[in-house]
Design a protein around this ligand. Structure first.
Ligand SMILES: CC(C)(COP(=O)(O)OP(=O)(O)OC[C@H]1O[C@@H](n2cnc3c(N)ncnc32)[C@H](O)[C@@H]1OP(=O)(O)O)[C@@H](O)C(=O)NCCC(=O)NCCS
Length: 322
């Protein structure tokens, strides 16, 4: 029988485009106020990619930093998965563009589509393929240029989102630890409350902008992320008090606070950066994990839980021992 293997996160990296769009900038674009956005969402500013920057460009930058952080050469990567709701094109996959940018000669590269839960879906996919297959090193990336599908005249949605990318280098090892458990779910009864109706095979690209029923999404986000947090901890045989850090999807500070209350975890162990970036969909949890590691908030041996929620509906969690 082959020795049991464990999938570890060896390095992380993030790339946030330079241009900042503050709440005050948005006041000049739609009927809103800094006070409304701050009190309802906790967001103060978000970043917006340049016109000629696509999701794969953000992803490749984040990937280079993650490879650097892990001390791994790009051409050693055998499996490359990009989670994105804003691919460069219908095809080739964004992962193939990233592979090209990184100069990786041959790999298994593909995209995963699960909206804001995308990074966790990609992480579980990579873990399963690494455990069952021959891959030893993988790159898992969450990258979004949400500004490309934002209706800049819709105050209900345009204040909420931002662009960015985060990446993780995964390695299969014999040392216990790493990704201890994951938990993923989808409920397709709510495809109508958060979607981009146009630009696919059903409707033309003129309708390619985010549509959302914010109140419904809010309620379900709290409920589903709490359930995912509990399920993944249970699968890992851990309790919420074992967590050094909880990294929830960063869509709204009020959602994060509602989750923190239910998960019985002190506020200083709940990671928040929604104020700086808004909701970067699939990029959110991995950018947050990278930032937390750089801030020294994740030490060797620490237990960290990521939880996410997104259109689909999709939701999930992962418990990781560093
Ligand atoms: C969108 C969201 C911030 C709205 O907050 P809320 O507390 O539900 O807002 P309310 O329903 O109390 O207020 C809505 C009112 O504010 C108005 N409003 C919406 N956006 C506004 C803005 N940017 N500025 C000012 N007013 C705004 C609406 O037009 C509405 O006005 P009305 O009552 O006259 O119709 C909140 O519902 C939310 O965050 N939902 C989840 C979104 C999310 O997480 N999406 C991604 C999931 S991955």
């Amino acid at each position: 029988m082959p020795a049991k293997s464990f999938i570890h996160i060896m390095g992380t990296g993030a790339y946030i485009p330079a241009k900042v769009l503050t709440n005050h900038d948005l006041v000049k674009m739609v009927d809103t106020s800094d006070e409304w956005i701050t009190t309802r969402t906790g967001i103060k500013e978000r970043h917006v990619a340049a016109r000629d920057e696509a999701s794969s460009d953000l992803a490749a930058q984040a990937a280079r930093r993650a490879l650097d952080n892990a001390g791994v050469r790009a051409d050693a990567i055998e499996l490359l998965i990009v989670a994105t709701a804003t691919p460069d094109m219908f095809f080739p996959s964004t992962a193939c563009f990233v592979q090209k940018a990184l100069g990786i000669k041959e790999a298994v590269s593909f995209d995963v589509s699960a909206a804001c839960s995308g990074f966790l879906y990609a992480l579980e996919t990579a873990k399963a393929l690494m455990e069952s297959g021959s891959y030893k090193l993988a790159l898992v990336i969450g990258a979004e240029k949400l500004s490309s599908i934002t209706n800049w005249e819709d105050r209900n949605t345009c204040v909420l989102f931002g662009d960015g990318a985060g990446a993780a280098v995964l390695q299969k090892r014999q040392t216990p630890g790493g990704i201890l458990s994951t938990y993923l779910r989808s409920d397709a009864n709510h495809t109508d409350i958060l979607n981009v109706p146009g630009g696919g095979s059903r409707a033309p690209a003129t309708k390619a902008a985010i549509h959302m029923d914010g109140k419904e999404v809010f309620k379900l986000a709290v409920h589903k992320m709490i359930s995912a947090a509990e399920q993944a901890l249970k699968r890992a045989g851990k309790k919420d008090s074992d967590l050094a850090l909880l990294i929830p999807h960063q869509a709204n500070l009020r959602i994060i606070e509602a989750i923190a209350q239910r998960v019985h975890i002190p506020r200083d162990r709940v990671f928040v950066n929604v104020d700086k970036y808004g909701n970067m969909s699939a990029a959110t949890t991995i950018v947050a994990l990278d930032e937390a590691r750089r801030q020294g908030r994740v030490r060797k041996g620490d237990l960290v839980e990521l939880i996410a929620f997104g259109a689909g509906l999709t939701w999930g969690a992962a418990v990781i021992q560093f």
